[in-house]
Ligand binder design. Structure first.
Ligand code: FAD
Ligand code: SF4
Length: 518
């Protein structure tokens, strides 16, 4: 039974955001009997709202409030993140990978690199092993816990055949957080495709229909959708006392809080800290050393579409069709640090058309489009390096509908990323050539789906924004609970690590509440 808390009730932890970080953290706290109010900017949809229409669902789910991008970013849509209950876990394609153990020591592993500010994480892989296992169980990750991998789609089979011809060995359908067997009250995947539009049967893990209803059933959790947090209030000693938010009618409320955890994704989390500046925190909360918003990372993303001699029907079946991981390992002599993996990834007709030739026209172009069913496509995802100049800031003059400065995001590719991208696209071209592709088309990154690093954790407050448990330096009860904490991007898609960190943080907060430290 969902609880209701009064605005002046300061007994609850306020969690901001209900996606991978916030949804999991809030639920894990509620399961321990800790009261939680979860404030979520987006509306609450149900499975019946998900229709197999990518363009429509993109408009319904995505964060389209104004943001400005500069450098190598799309100026109007610099990041691809959701504004809905469940956050980006409603839209994600669910590849739940663990990073490699030594990727937590990026500086030690790769050495100093000009133009980047590499640092080792203040925690090690072994500190997270237990939490990775819990996260995989919670999320129902195929290929773990004796759950089978999903059957390969045609797109996967094409890539697998080419990769095996070239001698690649680490090839599988991927650790997908999609039920391959019925479990957790949800059915197995029916291979309908359209995972990005929201899984209409709930086979794909999303906090919307896993953690959040379970947390509500605990009697210690209240979700307030359409509640956009605009600021944090604090006492003279810096303790956060309340969270200010605008409800769906624009009415401003303050929810008192025992502690506050921000999981608003790597753009809105630093924006909120910066927008909460006060006389005690003149440059924003947690920003005494100027790190809030800096070291913004995505992943190195690029892709290749290939016209094959016969039908592939790459749009059928699970969208994230497998992964090839052999190129993931750092190898001296490739001309770049770290590595990348390849993921089968179909393109919608609209996207394929723009990949073939933006604004294309004419007979040759039409003939290509007519062969939509003969296409295969593959994405590469590689480690991006932290650079302090890649950063989220507040716009000097543009405001949103609540009167707050909008975020600006600046991002420039590092030379390492450019070299990695070229290597990766050449490798995918070789795979397709090995199985007789008639033509291939390289394409660049879409707006960033993996957004990381803008409030990084550190042992020393001069080096980051929060400590190894996510507690914001200079505050006693404020925590970062999303991918903003990442110190390096690693070669893994980030969500499994975000979930593992949230479970670990909930455990530590629970201990501290029992010991009355908080
Ligand atoms: C198309 C797509 C495919 C993806 N595929 C994968 C994949 O295969 N594997 C993988 O690991 N990752 C994938 N991702 C990325 C993954 O979804 C994110 O890494 C993950 O959801 C981030 O979790 P989070 O908690 O940080 O943020 P989110 O899940 O984005 O949640 C943040 C929430 O905070 C809310 N919020 C923001 N600001 C405020 C505010 N001021 N007040 C109240 N609420 C606020 C937002 O509305 C949102 O609901 C994909 C993403 C996209 C877009
Ligand atoms: S392919 Fe599977 S996970 Fe994806 S939308 Fe369909 S049923 Fe859901």
């Amino acid at each position: 039974m969902s609880r209701k808390y009064e605005f002046d009730d300061s007994s609850a932890v306020v969690v901001i955001g209900s996606g991978a970080g916030g949804g999991v953290l809030g639920a894990e706290l509620a399961f321990q009997g800790i009261d939680v109010v979860c404030l979520e900017a987006g509306e609450r949809l149900g499975l019946a709202d998900f229709v197999n229409d990518e363009a429509l669902m993109f408009r319904k789910l995505t964060w389209l409030d104004p943001r400005e991008g500069s450098g190598d970013l799309n100026p109007g849509l610099p990041a691809y993140i959701c504004k809905t209950v469940g956050g980006t876990t409603v839209h994600w394609t669910a590849l739940a990978m663990r990073p490699l153990a030594d990727e937590f020591a990026a500086l030690t592993k790769y050495g100093a690199i000009d133009g980047a500010k590499l640092m080792d994480w203040p925690i090690e892989y072994k500190d997270l092993t237990r939490y990775f296992a819990k996260a995989e169980f919670k999320m129902g990750v195929a290929g773990t816990n004796n759950w089978p991998y999903h059957p390969g789609s045609n797109n996967y089979k094409v890539l697998e055949a080419g990769a095996r011809k070239l001698g690649y060995r680490e090839i599988d359908m991927g650790h997908l957080a999609i039920n391959s067997v019925a479990r957790d009250g949800r059915p197995p995947c029916r291979q309908i495709g359209f995972c990005k539009s929201g899984c209409a049967i709930g086979a794909k893990w999303s906090t919307l229909y896993t953690e959040i209803p379970k947390a509500e059933a605990s009697g210690h959790f209240e979700l307030r959708p359409e509640s956009m947090v605009v600021g944090l209030n604090h006492a003279p000693d810096g303790r956060i006392t309340g969270v200010v938010y605008a409800d769906k009618d624009g009415v401003i409320h303050e929810q008192k809080a025992r502690a506050v955890c921000i999981a608003a994704n790597s753009i809105e989390t630093p924006r909120l800290l910066l927008n909460s500046a006060s006389s005690l925190y003149p440059d924003g909360i947690g920003n005494a050393n100027g790190h809030v918003g800096r070291h913004y990372m995505r992943h190195v993303f690029a892709g290749v579409a290939a016209l094959m001699p016969g039908p592939v029907n790459f749009h059928r079946g699970i969208q994230q069709a497998g992964s090839i991981s052999d190129e993931r390992y750092h190898q001296a002599g490739r001309g770049f640090a770290s590595g990348y993996h390849m993921e089968g990834a179909p393109l919608s007709p609209e996207r394929l058309a723009s990949v073939l030739e933006p604004n294309g026209w004419g007979r040759d172009y039409a003939e290509l489009i007519e062969q939509y069913t003969n296409f295969s496509a593959c994405l590469v995802v590689g480690e991006d390096l932290p650079d302090p100049e890649n950063r989220v800031q507040l716009h000097a003059s543009r405001k949103d509908s609540n009167g707050l400065p909008i975020p600006t995001i600046h991002y420039q590719y590092h030379a390492n990323s450019v070299a990695m991208r070229e290597h990766a696209q050449a490798a995918v071209n070789d795979i397709y050539a090995a199985i007789g592709a008639k033509q291939t088309f390289n394409f660049g990154a879409p707006p960033a789906t993996h957004n990381l690093g803008t409030c990084r954790m550190a042992t020393d407050e001069k080096e980051g924004v929060c400590d190894p448990w996510g507690q914001v330096f200079g505050t006693s009860n404020l925590f970062i609970s999303d991918g903003s904490q990442f110190v390096s991007s690693t070669t893994a898609n980030p969500t499994l690590t975000i979930v593992a960190l949230a479970i670990r943080q909930a455990e530590q907060l629970g201990r501290r509440f029992v010991q009355r430290e908080l």
